[in-house]
Design a protein around this ligand. Sequence first.
Ligand code: ZN
Ligand code: FE
Length: 254
Amino acid sequence: MLEISIIKCLTDNYSYLIKDNNTDLIGIVDPSDFETVDNQIRTKYKKLDFILNTHHHQDHIGGNAELKKKYNSKIVASKIDEDKIPNIDYKVVEGDIFKFGDTKFEILFIPGHTKGHIAFYSKLEKTVFTGDTLFSLGCGRIFEGTYNQMYNSLNKLKKLPSDTKIFCGHEYTKKNIEFCMKYDFNNKYLVNKLNWINLQLQSKKPTLPTTLAEEIKMNIFLRCNIPSLKKDLKMEKASDEEIFKKLRDLKDQF
Ligand code: ZN
Ligand code: FE
């Protein structure tokens, strides 16, 4: 069993402290800053075996150096990020299996936000850490990759089992649903979801994890193939990928 604690970092980042219960291994996914995550690590576990990075942006690796120094942790990150993330111990690529004790994480290569972006997926735990590629009700900005890469990466994630829990890098859900409501205005699921999001945020709780089933129903970026959405966008004849590109551009200005 994998135990996951959500740690809120910086303004809207999430780091995830993980424990493999069978072997007592401890890891952290995307430590944004040392102080915040170490507060939890030193009180809860007093050790940190692994640091898992989804991509090289500072708000996902900010705690790496100090954590590694203090706990002698091993860093697991994308081979493509080897020049951007210092001191990677395990450089991983698509299809690799990273054994975190009894929890096996499959590495999914999901470029677009950055060139080397990866996700950590455990089939058994029905859990995926998606960094800044798939958010709840949104997707990451395309900084280094292409629209085509991002589109394919989202479709790759979309093919995981629908009960997969999604842990992403930021609390952007509220802003994301406002965008979904503007352009997918006939989607009947969004109103209830907005109410729930507001309640969560008011009580200072995260809106995560979400599930793939929920995202497929509501995340506009996973709905580029839906004829009624194409119609609402007045783009009936457009390909799914053209819809994606249009939505990503609109979101950049939103
Ligand atoms: Zn990022
Ligand atoms: Fe980020």
